[in-house]
Design a protein around this ligand. Structure first.
Ligand SMILES: C[S@@+](CC[C@H](N)C(=O)[O-])C[C@H]1O[C@@H](n2cnc3c(N)ncnc32)[C@H](O)[C@@H]1O
Length: 204
């Protein structure tokens, strides 16, 4: 189904302007030299535009489960006119089947802590399914390590997330890595990022 949009559908998120270049620096290094990157939970679509523009050798496939997000991604895509930015897909990471059978890399930014745990379970199962051997799953967000927040501000952030939705919350890095391992994905890099976030790179 085609997602309809108008330019006023193009939403903006202030955090994207802050984190897009530090994330891009990691993506440039870890993503493959060719192929399709499946972005899960693309949100406004601003990351998709920024990364597709900076990485013209890759096809960027944005997706989200939320209708408003899909309209925003479609609007940003139309404004950008980027040939390597594909139309957004309606994709619920928790669904047992994804509308994509193959991707050379999977990227999910700020989703694991802002969705129920079953969504991360679905993300790992789906990534394990669509990625080829050696394929990269890239995650960005806040994590606890050994059950401890990496900064006091993350403690406050975690409490705020849980008050908004008891099923949300900052996850233990070890639990995420264990879950990934069960789907054939090995944590190969943990990169500290600005504002007490981490980049996590998994390989199938
Ligand atoms: C905090 S926003 C992050 C958006 C974007 N990645 C960013 O960093 O600006 C969380 C996103 O996760 C999406 N999301 C939540 N549950 C999801 C699911 N089950 N499948 C796919 N996307 C989901 C939401 O619709 C939302 O766009």
């Amino acid at each position: 189904m085609m997602t309809t949009f108008a330019s006023q559908d193009a939403l903006t998120s202030p955090s994207v302007a802050r984190n897009r270049d530090p994330i891009l620096a990691v993506l440039r290094r870890v993503l493959p030299l060719a192929g399709t990157v499946l972005e899960i939970a693309s949100g406004t679509g601003e990351h998709a535009v920024h990364f597709a523009a900076a990485l013209p050798h890759l096809k960027w496939q944005p997706s989200d489960q939320d209708e408003q997000a899909l309209r925003s991604i479609a609007a940003h895509r139309a404004i950008s006119g980027l040939p390597n930015l594909l139309a957004p897909l309606s994709l619920d990471a928790a669904a047992p089947e994804w509308p994509v059978v193959q991707a050379d890399a999977v990227v999910a930014i700020n989703m694991v802590h802002i969705s129920p745990w079953r969504v991360t379970q679905g993300l790992m199962a789906g990534a394990g399914w669509v990625l080829p051997p050696g394929g990269v799953l890239y995650l960005y967000g806040a994590y606890k390590e050994n059950g401890i927040h990496t900064a006091p501000s993350n403690d406050t952030f975690d409490a705020d997330l849980r008050s908004r939705n008891p099923e949300w919350g900052i996850r233990d890095l070890e639990a995420v890595a264990d879950l990934a391992g069960g789907h054939g994905l090995t944590l190969v890099e943990r990169i500290p990022m600005p504002a007490n976030n981490l980049s996590l790179v998994f390989r199938r």
